[in-house]
Design a protein around this ligand. Structure first.
Ligand SMILES: Nc1ncnc2c1ncn2[C@@H]1O[C@H](COP(=O)(O)OP(=O)(O)OP(=O)(O)O)[C@@H](O)[C@H]1O
Ligand SMILES: [Mg+2]
Length: 236
């Protein structure tokens, strides 16, 4: 469902190019929940942002639901992302002037879904993440863990095929971290949504079905390939 092929990326600072990802290859199956593990600066967020179509790699291909998103132009990519991709940020990124329910509904506002259906879906998701009764509150009235639950509900409302989460428990204490992890694991099981979760914590990664480890921009346990891969391959 997600295939990363020979992804390399560099950043330019001043006149210098620094390579931060070196020919990354791996495949994630539909419904899997995998961790992207690595220490600070290993390239986790860069790889995640590339997979989520938030930026373009200098080399390689990223297939999501058989579409190479690297090849898509700006408008097509935006449309593809709205339809197929959800994102959960470390710092929640909720809109402070909107209520909890309005935040969750927001992705559907761009999809001409009627307000009634939008609210109905949002309330259902808020219940699934344990926030029933909080729909008319504002983000600032919620704890960090509750805000992250709102952002999880928001990421799910378009029924994406894959959700990318960048350190989703990075701002939370260990008890709240456990609650959020439990919710993510439960949603993965019940909704069969594919999750790619970035973390630098082994304890978090160990809860996922598989772990991909990045070190200094190299994937140390991906699908190693000497040459360009063939297009159809057996899933691992
Ligand atoms: N926009 C940018 N311009 C220049 N260099 C960048 C940029 N973004 C990231 N880098 C560099 O790329 C490397 C990988 O960064 P990245 O943010 O992907 O790491 P990370 O594994 O997510 O780290 P952390 O755990 O601290 O979030 C780092 O050396 C970083 O300095
Ligand atoms: Mg990061």
């Amino acid at each position: 469902m997600l295939r990363v092929e020979n992804i390399s990326h560099s950043f330019k600072t001043g006149n210098e190019w620094t390579k931060v990802l070196h020919s990354i290859n791996f495949t994630v199956n539909q419904g899997e929940m995998v961790a992207l593990l690595g220490s600070s600066g290993s390239g986790k967020s860069t790889l995640l942002n590339l997979m989520a179509g938030l930026m373009k790699p200098l080399e390689g291909h990223i297939y999501i639901a058989d579409q190479d998103i690297v090849k898509l132009g700006e408008n097509k990519l935006a449309e593809f992302r709205r339809k197929h991709i959800g994102f959960i940020f470390q710092a929640y990124e909720l809109i402070t002037s909107l209520t909890v329910c309005e935040n969750v509904e927001l992705p559907l506002v761009f999809q001409s879904v009627s307000p009634r259906i939008r609210r109905q879906k949002a309330l259902q998701l808020l219940e699934q993440v344990g926030l029933q009764g909080k729909e008319d509150m504002f983000p600032s009235q919620l704890s960090g863990g509750q805000q992250q639950r709102v952002s999880i509900a928001r990421s799910l409302i378009t029924e994406p095929s894959v959700i990318f989460a960048d350190e989703p428990t990075g701002n939370l204490d260990s008890k709240t971290e456990e609650e959020i992890l439990a919710i993510l694991l439960h949603l993965n099981k019940t909704l069969k949504t594919t999750f790619i979760v970035v973390t630098h914590e082994h304890e978090v990664a160990d809860r996922m079905q598989r772990i991909f480890s990045l070190r200094d921009g190299y994937l140390i346990n991906g699908d190693f390939r000497e040459e360009s891969p063939v297009s159809e391959e057996a899933a691992p």
